[in-house]
Design a protein around this ligand. Sequence first.
Ligand SMILES: *Cc1c(COP(=O)(O)O)cnc(C)c1O
Length: 465
Amino acid sequence: MIYTDTRDSSVKTTFKNAVLSGMNKETGGLYIPVSFPKLDQDFLNKNPEPSFREVAFQMAKPYVDGEIPDEDLMAIIQDAYNFNPKVVPLDKNSYVLELFHGPTCAFKDFGARFMARVMSYFNKDEGSNLHILVATSGDTGSAVGSAFHNVPGIDVTILYPEGKISHIQEKQLSTFTGNVRALKVKGTFDDCQKLVKTAFTDEELRAKLRLSSANSINISRLLPQAFYYMYSSLVVKNRSALDTKIENPDVVMVVPSGNFGNLTSGLIAKEMGAPIAGFVAATNSNRTIPDWIATGDYNARPSVETFANAMDVGAPSNYERIKAMYTLDQVREMFGSYWTDNEGIKDGIKKCNEKTGYIIDPHGAIGYQAWEAIKNEGFPASADYEKPGVTANKPAWASSVENKTAVGVILETANPAKFGNVVCDAIGREPPVPQRLIDIMNLPDQAVSMENDYEQFKAWLLANL
Ligand SMILES: *Cc1c(COP(=O)(O)O)cnc(C)c1O
C-alpha cells in the first residue's frame, strides 16, 4: 500500500515511514492510504461471522502488503488482541459495542496495542532503542504505557500533571516497571506537552536519543480501530433478526467522539465494505463537529471540561482526514449529529440504567442519548444548534429510522468503573470494578517527581535512557 498526505497528494511513502514518523513534518499533514480496498464479498457474507482476529487480519493485510509478511502480521494481531470487542443487545433497536475489555479498560487499547507491536517490528532493523515521549491528561498515557510495556526495543516516558488526573488514572500510569516510566510534573498538561515538544526540537538531545511520539494521529492507531466496526456490523447483520426481530437492518454506528479518530476508523471500515448505513457523531459540549455539520462552518475552539473528559477536544485533529476523504455534502449524507452537556450526560447514565438495567459510562451515555433522541423523534427539520440535541441534518438513512428498520450500535468506549463518581451520582451506586483495575490500585507508585523545568527533564532523560 502507498500512503499519501492530507495536505499534499503528490507525497508517496511506505507504511513503515508513516508509522515511524507519525505525521509529515514538511507539510504538517497526516498520512492516509491512497485507497481502501474492499474485502471479499464471500468473507463478508459468512454466517456465522468470522472471528475478530480473522477480521483484523483480513483488514490489515492490504495496508502492510510487502512490508509485513502474513505470518508476522498474524503474530502481531494475536499478541495485540488477547481480548475481544463484545456486541451486547440493549433494547429493541439498539446494541452496545463494548470496547473496554482490554488491559486499560478503554477503547484506546485497540489502537495503541497494534501500534506498539508494529513500531517494535519496524524498529528491529534499526539497532538501537526508540524512545517514546508522551504527555497525557489521563487516558492516552495509560493506553500507550500499557501497550508498550515489555515490547522489545522501545522505551516509553509518560509525563503527567501532578494532582490533576484522577486517582485511578494516576495508578494506571505510574505503576509500570521496566521500559515504561512516568514523570509527575509540577505543572499543567500544557506544561507537560511543552516539555515534550521542546525535547523533540532539541538537536543535541536528538543526536543522542532516537525520539518518537505515539499520539492518536498515527495511522497505525487509526487502521486497527476499523477492525471492530467491521466485526460488529457483521455480527449485528447476522444476529439482529434474533435479538431485535429486525431482519437485515440498516446498521448505524453511534460514536461518542473527541478527536474523531474513532469515527474516522469507522469511515475506513465502511469504505472496505462493512455493512454500515451511517454514523452518529455524538459529542459533549465540545461541539465543533456538530456545529460544522449544522452550519457548514468549521470553527475550532479551546476545549471545555466535561464529565466525559476523554472527549474534551475543541480542535479535533481528524477533521483534517475527514475533509481529505469527503465533501461536506457527503458527510451530511452519512452522519447524523448530536451534542449534550453535563446534565445530559448524567441523565443518559440514569435513563439507560432505569430502562435497560445496563450501566453505561459518561462517554457511552452521550451515544445512548443521541440514539434515544434519533430513534424516538427522528431528525428535526430545524434546530437551534447552540442547544443540546440532534442537529438539523437528515442523513440518507433517516427513512430507515422512521420505518424502524435501523439498528443503532452505541460504542461504549470505557468501563464505567473508571468514572465511578459520576456514575454513582447518576444511579446511586458504584459500578462493579473489574479485577485488573483492583490489581493496579494495589501496586506501588513508581512515578518520579519533576519540576516544570526543561533542563531538569533533559538531564533526567540523558541519565536514565
Ligand atoms: C479517547 C476517548 C474517546 C474519544 O475518541 P476519539 O477518537 O478522540 O474521538 C471517547 N471515549 C473514551 C473513553 C476515550 O478514551
